[in-house]
Design a protein around this ligand. Sequence first.
Ligand code: ADP
Length: 718
Amino acid sequence: MSNAKQTRRVTPASSETLPDALLVVDDTETIVSANASAHTMLGATREELCGTSLWRAAPHLVSPSLYQAVQKVKQTREPIEVAYVSPATNRWLHVSLSPTDEGLALLFQEQLEPLPLQDALSGNEQLYRALLESVADGVTIVTLDGLVLDINQRPLADAHLRREEVVGKPLSDLPAWSSDPAVQQRLRAALAQAAQGETVSFEARIHPRTDLSLDILMTITAHRDASQQIEYLICAGRNITEHKQAEDELRTLVDAIPHFVWIAGPDGSVTYNNQRLIDSLAMTHEQAEGDGWLAGVHPDDRQRVWEAWQTSIQTGEPYEVEHRMQDGTSGAYRWFLVRSVPQRNAQGTTLHWVGTCTDIDEQKRTEEALRQSQERASVLMNSSIIGIFVAEEDQVVEANETYLRMTGYTREDLRAGRINWFRMTPPEYATQTQQARQELSVPHHVTRYEKDYLCKDGSHLPVVVGGVALRLDPLQVIGFVLDNSAHKELEQRKDTFIGMASHELRNPLTALKLQTTLLHRQLARQGLQASAPALSRMETQINKVTRLVEELLDGSKIQAGRLEYLQETVNLDALLREITDTMQQTSPSHRILVRGTVGANLIGDQDRLGQVFTNLISNAIKYSPDAEAIEMDLSASEDAVTISIHDHGIGIPQAQRDKIFERFYRASGPSQKAIPGLGMGLYIVAEIVKRHGGTITVESTVGKGSTFTVTLPRTPAA
Ligand code: ADP
């Protein structure tokens, strides 16, 4: 200690000296004897003094200088002298210390004035006092056992205590510390640690008086002598009450905001987590501090998070990491964006890190869904199965490899704007494609349909196409194209087979029919009438099979575009009369009523037109098993004739009405299924009507009946 001035010789300068007080202490610094002056000086009886620690018994004699001197004599076993101002009386004390066999003797001289040779010394002593009192902190000097040797005014004033009430007593027993056992314990532990030479700092809330509590930052350091021996401990308590209050207010504020906020020390150890974060982690504040929070991080992210955090701590770079954090209550993980920046003082030293966690789970999930969908879209886009293109108006502006491969165009053609989906349409599909284009502007998508593409080399590629309008004005479409050639080829083979099979069946059937007719006649000539009904039934069945085979044959001829039509004058009224008469004979179950006449001849193929009405009438009979009549209404206008065939049968569901004119299509209801057929009749009918320049429509009510209306122009278009 700077003021601890030891002198070998001191010469008294003033005559005003008080009687010398003698104290003898043992090795443990316990008073073993005291003379009468000592009793007077210390105001205590012999009993009170003997057996008491020197430091406790004589508070107004105690000073760090004396303590230092006592320790020195014990160490060196050499006499020593020391002079200092008693902090209690403000008088100079001159003490001679001499070793004895079991301890040491101390001779105290109390003087009003400093001795002349103590001038230099008095300067130091005054400087020490002034310093001690000038520091803003409360300073206490204690022995290695924690007994107070000296204390400045600040803590005394806070505690309303006098110095002599404190000196010589254990610091931890002062009311400021003893009122809270935990705080007291903390101080004791810190003193013990500091006595080992360590500098210890800790924050504590002390109560110097019952009506005063203070937050202090206590720092305890060991003071060493020239030989590095620890002499005593210096405890400096800094009042941080205001700072703590401000911090508390800040925490209250930070706890109230709906975000996760945390603070870490310069070493990265978390010192504070706001209440929301604590609630989310379902940890206690203590559990989440230090690196405890890491337990809440998803195991797969932990390593990455820890490394990034350590890097920021070391480099001082802002910390920014996305990771999953567990909701401690539900156990579910959510994604967070965690950010932290260092707070530095004017010198650039990091004071602490302030961090936030923002919930980005929703965004992450959306991103993930987007990524997955992009991945899926790109798999689809790059697949060799489906051709995909983007068109603006008619021009293809983007296409995948498959589309280019199918159509034979190159990427260069695409870039140069040489691909035009409308121009790639052969004339026979122009109407259909135009319809598809119009469809885009209303339901904004095109139901897939079959067509051919005109490839770059002029070849035809059967395809199935469909698309969605991305924008209407100007039209932007994303479309898909599937190569339909395999399917088309298969259909072609099927048609060829049907054509061949029906052709092959027709010849033996014709022979069979001829033989039956011959047999019929022969038996009639021989008068053998008994077998006639059986033969008639045979003929009926042969006729049915023949009609089915004819239908198949016609169907495949239409497919191949080989159905031939004559151009002849047809008396429609006569034709219809003949048909209805014949059918009335073969189908006595229904009455066929004809209303009105056409009153005009047509140009067309008589047999084929006959086929149309035979078919419509036989359907009307077939699909109205419980009805009794079929009505046929004939009318004519200047340009056209109209024939309506009306039945009271099962009807056709709305959804199937358009399809019944397709090849092999049969309505699928249970009542329809019970009635046999190939689904070819209406296909042939529609084709013949179309080839005559006419139209066929159907109206129907399920359970009530259907009306098929054929309109034919009087003179077919050129
Ligand atoms: P099919 O040989 O099956 O009669 P069509 O091509 O003549 O074949 O008719 C197609 C389908 O249309 C039939 O399966 C039937 O479901 C329906 N259909 C045709 N005409 C009628 C009708 N008059 N009443 C009810 N359904 C009909």
